[in-house]
Design a protein around this ligand. Structure first.
Ligand SMILES: [Zn+2]
Length: 326
């Protein structure tokens, strides 16, 4: 099987971090992330790299009224009410992107759409948390229907899904399939990468993930598979691209070495290498993060030339799996 290289980005602006106690500190990174997106797009185009931009549905809204007119029929009823964004939708959202760049993103969606080999996917409508107490598959189905409606109102159909915090269960995946999704980003089959509700996370799992980004604790290479229960294609993540402060730091160098060697291994074994991050991860020290990214993209080009590795979006991968099934 031909090897492939996939990038997915969780594009969410403030909606992905609004329940974080340090959210004010993040506002700076979000605005920096907005400025980094055109630079990422230029690099993807320069190196012929495909990417899937899993976008929060709220970001498609042109105005506050547009957002309010697309709210789902059933809202999530989380046991922890701070997880729900709908109080912010009522109280904090401005009129449009020009006055509220933390909550609106249609101009960036249009730039992504206008760049070759870029796919607009879904990151749910409201940055929905599938495994938190009070979450139901019914509310998630309504959320995904709203995500599809607002995207369609802008001429975009989304088929690839990244679940917020990677929280997923079979009943949620079945609801996503009913809403028109064909492919999702799964997680590596290793205990410390298993998605969990936030309160079930343990510090040592985070530490193991950090360590694994620098030294090989486990192999996360995979091939996309057909998930029989949901009838979706699963394209598992290989690795989160951690932000760097400087390309010369010990951790940055160790991470780059690890990613490049995993990519080479995927190219040799005919597997997929799936890297992901958030645009706001490039919001601080943007130049160092872009330099790090360009080193990875150059490595992809060398593997494309030597091993025929192909750049694919999540949807391309899904179509390949479906075609090979006949
Ligand atoms: Zn997210």
């Amino acid at each position: 099987m031909t090897s492939s290289f996939t990038i997915s980005l969780d594009f969410e602006l403030r909606w992905g971090i609004r329940d974080n106690p340090n959210e004010e500190a993040y506002a700076h990174a979000i605005l920096g992330g907005r400025r980094a997106i055109p630079q990422m797009l230029r690099a993807f185009e320069d190196y012929g790299v495909a990417a899937t931009w899993a976008t929060v549905g709220f970001l498609f809204a042109e105005t506050r009224e547009d957002l309010l007119s697309h709210l789902p029929a059933t809202l999530p009823d989380y046991a922890n009410p701070h997880l729900s964004p709908y109080a912010d939708v009522q109280n904090r959202v401005g009129q449009e992107e020009a006055d509220d760049p933390l909550h609106f993103g249609l101009s960036l969606i249009r730039q992504i759409e206008g760049t070759p080999r870029q796919e607009i996917g879904s990151h749910s409508f409201s940055h929905f948390y599938c495994l938190e107490d009070g979450s139901t598959a019914e509310a998630f189905g309504a959320d995904m229907a709203a995500a599809q409606n607002i995207a369609r109102s802008k001429g975009i159909t989304t088929q690839s899904l990244v679940l917020p915090r990677n929280q997923q269960s079979e009943s949620h995946l079945i609801a996503a399939q009913r809403a028109g999704i064909t492919v999702f980003r799964g997680h590596p089959k290793v205990a410390f990468y298993q998605p969990r509700a936030r309160t079930d996370e343990r510090p040592h799992w985070r530490a193991l993930r950090l360590l694994d980004s620098a030294i090989p604790l486990t192999s996360t290479l995979a091939t996309p598979t057909h998930d029989l229960t949901s009838d979706l294609i699963n394209t598992p993540a290989s690795r989160f691209l951690r932000p760097v402060r400087s390309t010369s730091s010990f951790l940055a160098k160790a991470q780059l070495r690890r990613i490049k060697s995993e990519m080479t291994e995927a190219a040799r074994q005919g597997k997929n290498y799936h890297l992901w991050w958030h645009p706001h991860n490039f919001g601080c020290a943007t130049e160092a993060n872009m330099e790090n990214l360009r080193a990875i993209l150059r490595h992809f080009v060398s593997l494309r030339d030597s091993h025929g590795m192909q750049a694919m979006t999540m949807l391309d991968l899904a179509q390949n799996v479906s075609a090979s099934k006949g």
